[in-house]
Design a protein. Structure first.
Length: 153
């Protein structure tokens, strides 16, 4: 499944024009999750770059370029619907769960989850048609992988 997600999201550092909107949408939602608590620190930025590089088989320069583009998109986005629609239409259910798991990882990058971040992730799960149970399971996998406790700041 990871290989399919990588191919859909354009692994290898360059994306054709049909893959780029999906990659930008995923990265912009990561930026939204990272900035919602009022701070966007280097830890969160590093986590996003690592996720983009590792999960999508991107080189560091391509990941940094994508993140910069995503920041611009997120700043001018009028809402989440356009980004989530792109994800919902391009990915199958399991791939959408994986994207949600990436977003949980970004939200927890600073070691804690803020109320606003938790609310955003619940909304995003609904917008990409991932059940509450699956979103909760994704969150628990991230907590276990990161060695964190379940809690909201």
């Amino acid at each position: 499944m990871l290989d399919l997600l990588k191919s859909l999201l354009g692994g290898g550092g360059t994306a054709d024009t049909t893959e780029q909107p999906l990659r930008v949408a995923v990265a912009a939602l990561m930026v939204e999750a990272a900035t919602l608590d009022g701070s966007f620190d280097q830890t969160e930025r590093d986590r996003m770059l690592a996720l983009l590089q590792g999960r999508f088989d991107m080189d560091p320069k391509a990941a940094a370029t994508l993140l910069a583009e995503a920041e611009k998109v997120q700043e001018r986005a009028a809402g989440l619907e356009g980004m989530t629609r792109t994800i919902k239409n391009a990915l199958d259910h399991d791939q959408r769960v994986e994207v949600l798991e990436m977003l949980w990882e970004v939200a927890y990058a600073d070691g804690q989850l803020h109320d606003y971040e938790a609310n955003l992730l619940r909304r995003l799960a609904g917008l990409v048609y991932v059940s509450d149970q699956e979103a909760g399971a994704a969150r628990k996998r991230v907590l276990a992988r990161m060695g964190l406790h379940d809690g909201i700041a």
